[in-house]
Design a protein around this ligand. Structure first.
Ligand SMILES: C[S@@+](CC[C@H](N)C(=O)[O-])C[C@H]1O[C@@H](n2cnc3c(N)ncnc32)[C@H](O)[C@@H]1O
Length: 295
């Protein structure tokens, strides 16, 4: 199991929005390294209950061990599952509805650094699955999808304006040799967009890798399915707090709640990380928190 750490983003802000307190029932839909789950259990002690969900089995196993060190086992239950199944998970936990839910979207540093194909420099398999039970891998998409489909994926999920050039270069390269590793893919992307990215500080692979990860893990589908179930799982007065890391994700959350009856936004604009957090944790730079109350 990986031993990397994940530093939670917007933790205090999300906890403040959720108004975590004893006696309430909470869901952490993206357990990851357990940062949010631990904080919920601390703030809701001695009687609050936590349902934790992650589609990454290693994350669930690791956090189960971590939580048992600090908290009474009776106060939480973790599920290796997708947060899109929140309704059946709550039922299985024996509850009808709950008081607060947090989603901290995307991938964790543990996944990024864990040799599972998410990192640009990796020499291992081009995988990118959060859930190893799923079939589709980045290898399959990069090596077998038609050039046009590949360009559409990179454009749609990565907001990458060089999507066509990148897809063309990938299609050319794979004729000679299959693209086996993230490092190989990253080198191909660099060749395709070298000039366009010359002056920018982000790695030319950033957007393409993000697009592939979102596509492989069907991240938008899970998020939309989850949002559609909220009214049925949240108590009246219950709060949902969602942290997103890129515009496509944030757009889905924002549009879902726009003029939606039954939900009231807890802040006019999304909450952003403080300057101190931006300095101490660069991963927080694109984070946005939106929180809504079920009225
Ligand atoms: C940014 S990390 C969460 C970090 C966590 N808040 C912490 O403090 O350590 C995102 C986690 O969400 C999980 N995840 C992403 N999409 C998911 C989904 N649809 N269902 C369940 N877990 C998901 C990932 O596997 C990853 O472990």
């Amino acid at each position: 199991m990986a031993e990397f750490r994940h530093t939670p983003v917007l933790l205090n802000e999300a906890m403040g929005m959720l108004k975590v307190m004893p006696g309430r029932i909470y869901v952490d839909g993206t357990v990851g390294g357990g940062g949010f789950s631990k904080e919920i259990l601390r703030r809701s002690a001695p009687s609050g209950f936590l349902i934790g969900i992650d589609r990454d089995e290693d994350a669930v196993k690791n956090v189960q061990i971590e939580l048992e060190k600090e908290f009474d086992k009776e106060r939480f239950r973790l599920f290796y599952s997708n947060f899109s199944k929140i309704d059946s998970i709550i039922k299985e936990s024996g509850f009808k509805d709950i008081d607060g839910i947090v989603l901290d979207l995307g991938m964790s540093s543990i996944q990024l650094e864990g040799g599972r194909g998410f990192g640009f420099r990796e020499e291992g398999e081009l995988d990118m699955r959060m859930d190893k039970e799923e079939r589709l891998t980045a290898y399959e998409v990069v090596n077998n999808y038609p050039e046009k489909t590949l360009a559409d994926i990179i454009w749609k999920y990565g907001d990458e304006r060089h999507a066509r050039k990148i897809a063309k270069k990938i299609a050319e390269s794979r004729k000679n040799k299959r693209i086996e590793t993230p490092a190989e893919l990253s080198a191909i992307i660099k060749k395709a967009v070298f000039k366009g990215y010359g002056k920018l500080r982000i790695d030319p692979s950033t957007k393409t890798f993000m697009a592939l990860r979102i596509f492989v893990n069907k991240e938008y589908d899970s998020l939309m399915e989850f949002l559609g179930k909220l009214e049925n799982v949240l108590n009246t007065g219950g709060i949902v707090a969602i942290i997103s890391f890129h515009s496509g994700e944030d757009r889905i959350v924002k549009n879902f709640f726009k003029n939606k009856l039954g939900f009231k936004s807890l802040s006019k604009k999304p909450v952003l990380p403080s300057i101190e957090e931006l300095r101490s944790n660069p991963r927080s730079r694109s984070a946005k928190l939106r929180a809504l109350c079920h009225v």
